[in-house]
Design a protein around this ligand. Structure first.
Ligand code: AMP
Length: 218
């Protein structure tokens, strides 16, 4: 197999970002988050960033045409030649189909679905704090930084994402159930999906994700 492609599915707040960071490090694969790519574009003031933010601020998905081009551009870079880990992509069946067509079937594809019930999702999202510098993720109650408001890893000031509010989270959850949940069915019918209980402690979730990757490679 020439490439390993790991895909992390799950609702917003299911823990994809946290697990993706750890899995990417342990598997030595680049961690590619389409949400992070949009936020980077926004910080850099690009036209793509401005267009995407109109949808992101409302909790809606960015149109497929904008996402797919950006993602394919990123995965054609040299660091992705032996594989990559996708966090937040694909989020629609059309994105999954476009990726499938691009991959062509010669790769080791592992799809992990992190499952967390809605009431926990809301609690997790509204208390989430992110580091704009290194991407570390904290939570005001479940995983507070040592010094309030400051990143443990790089000491930058932590921020709350504009879309991590109680109002926007409802729209994000609706988008998830309407547009993203069918993506798991798409993979269930092709390569299979490894379901992981995302309500456990991060270390346990990580262990279960590692097992999914190991089993798929066996
Ligand atoms: P995330 O950081 O993964 O929670 O993504 C934040 C927001 O970026 C989402 O709520 C969407 O508005 C947008 N976004 C990220 N990835 C995608 C995608 N694959 N398709 C459409 N919109 C996306």
């Amino acid at each position: 197999m020439s490439q390993t492609v790991l895909i992390l599915l799950g609702a917003p707040g299911a823990g994809k970002g946290t697990q993706a960071t750890r899995l990417a490090e342990s598997r030595r694969l680049p961690h590619i988050s389409t949400g992070d790519l949009f936020r980077l574009n926004l910080t850099q003031g690009t036209e793509l960033g401005k267009q995407a933010s109109k949808f992101m601020d409302q909790g809606r998905l960015v149109p497929d045409s904008l996402v797919i081009d950006m993602l394919f551009d990123r995965v054609s870079q040299d660091d992705c030649s032996s594989g990559y880990l996708l966090d937040g992509f694909p989020r629609t069946v059309a994105q999954a189909e476009a990726l499938q067509e691009r991959l062509g079937g010669g790769e080791a594809l592992v799809v992990i679905d992190l499952q967390v019930p809605d009431h926990l999702i809301v609690e997790r999202i509204v208390g989430r704090l992110s580091c704009p510098e290194c991407g570390a993720i904290f939570h005001t109650s479940f995983n507070p930084p040592v010094k309030p408001g400051t990143c443990d890893s790089c000491q930058a000031a932590l921020t709350q994402r504009a879309d991590d509010t109680a109002e926007v989270v409802q729209t994000r959850l609706s988008a998830y159930y309407e547009q993203t949940a069918p993506v798991a069915d798409f993979y269930r019918q092709s390569c299979g999906v490894c379901v992981v209980d995302g309500t456990n402690l991060p270390d346990e979730v990580f262990k279960a994700c590692q097992e999914c990757v190991t089993e798929a490679a066996a």
